[in-house]
Write a protein that binds this ligand. Structure first.
Ligand SMILES: Cc1cc2nc3c(=O)[nH]c(=O)nc-3n(C[C@H](O)[C@H](O)[C@H](O)COP(=O)(O)O)c2cc1C
Length: 218
């Protein structure tokens, strides 16, 4: 090892020893979501009247209660005794996973624990779609199907069921957003191979759709 390289290595090791918080600042923490507030929301018929897609987002972050309620509405556990969810799934396979891309990093929604599990300590929002606004929305959900949970069905059947199941989840998010005055749009315009690579998904995990969520731009 030459002298310069040796000195640089010593400097890095010293910084790591003196300031471990700097070294691990990039680490993403598990987030315990708040219990969903199931007594809120506007009447269903009014919410249906307001449901729409919007593509202009303020960069204001979602409060923790709003994020927690939105994810529970999307595909949370609503019957703990059976583990069943707020959206149906073919044969109750529950193969859809919701990844949550924020400025802080990428998380996986664990519905049973109602927690966000860290996946990547990077802001990958710009990679979740080919439209400009996706990097401005504070939250982009990525709906990923885990084909390994779908038995021996043919691949086109797996895609069909995953797409149908994603539609129910996405509509739950639309209705929650309409109730709360949030802007949202479900999206298929995604460079899927690039996103799957960025997210480090396994070959049997497939990106189906994404959905941007945030407060409307003022
Ligand atoms: C499967 C699917 C894929 C979509 N993909 C996109 C998309 O990539 N980008 C986008 O801006 N909107 C996308 N949309 C939203 C539609 O453009 C939108 O629902 C449609 O224009 C009707 O508007 P509304 O939702 O306000 O009724 C998609 C909708 C669906 C159901």
């Amino acid at each position: 090892m030459n002298t310069r390289l040796f000195q640089a290595t010593c400097l890095v090791l010293t910084i790591m020893l003196i300031c471990p918080s700097l070294t691990f600042a990039q680490e993403l923490q598990t987030v315990q979501l708040l219990e969903p507030q199931t007594d809120g929301g506007r009447p269903l018929m009014q919410v249906l009247k307001d449901r729409s897609s919007s593509r202009e987002f303020s960069n204001e972050k979602l409060p923790m209660q709003v994020l927690s309620d939105m994810l529970w509405a999307a595909f949370g556990v609503n019957r703990p005794e059976s583990g069943k969810r707020t959206a149906p799934s073919a044969n109750n396979r529950q193969e859809m996973d919701i990844y949550v891309a924020t400025a802080d990093g990428l998380y996986l929604y664990d519905a049973k624990a109602h927690m966000l599990m860290p996946v990547l300590p990077e802001d990958i929002r710009a990679k979740t779609g080919t439209q400009q606004f996706v990097q401005e929305a504070p939250v982009n959900l990525i709906y990923v199907s885990d084909f390994s949970k779908m038995g021996n069905a043919e691949e086109n059947k797996k895609f069909f069921n995953s797409a149908a199941n994603t539609g129910f989840i996405s509509q739950n998010v639309y209705l929650y957003c309409a109730s709360e005055g949030l802007a949202t749009v479900v999206r298929g315009l995604i460079d899927k191979p690039d996103l799957e690579k960025t997210m480090k998904l396994r070959p049997d995990q497939k990106v189906i759709l994404a959905q941007s969520i945030g407060y409307p731009k003022k």
